[in-house]
Design a protein around this ligand. Structure first.
Ligand SMILES: C[S@@+](CC[C@H](N)C(=O)[O-])C[C@H]1O[C@@H](n2cnc3c(N)ncnc32)[C@H](O)[C@@H]1O
Length: 94
């Protein structure tokens, strides 16, 4: 198995092609955000991202069993984040 740093380096590229509903130009790799979430918190703790944009930190929190609170000023990005979080919550519950 690759060590964590090697895996993140491999996956941590800015996306060239967005999801159909997410046109964020510099969306962070969720794997990178998961790594940071694990470094900085324990399971079940709550993480606040007051500038969440399309919600990558929130997705990482769901995947790593953290609670998440996010703020976003722009309605379109808020809706993208909401949709991503709803989808990832559905996936992790199944
Ligand atoms: C650089 S992006 C955040 C990236 C995100 N945290 C990530 O890890 O991918 C900054 C976001 O903060 C939002 N923003 C700026 N001022 C804000 C405010 N006062 N309250 C909520 N969101 C704000 C902007 O609309 C923008 O989407």
């Amino acid at each position: 198995m690759k060590n964590v740093d090697e895996k993140i380096f491999f996956e941590a590229k800015v996306r060239q092609k967005a999801d159909e509903f997410n046109n964020h130009p510099t969306k962070k790799p969720v794997k990178l955000m998961e790594h940071l979430v694990k470094l900085l918190s324990w399971e079940k703790q709550t993480i606040l991202d007051p500038f969440m944009r399309s919600g990558s930190t929130g997705v990482a929190c769901v995947l790593q069993d953290r609670n998440f609170i996010g703020y976003e000023l722009e309605k379109d990005f808020y809706k993208i984040a909401e949709r991503r979080l709803t989808e990832i919550e559905k996936q992790t519950k199944n």
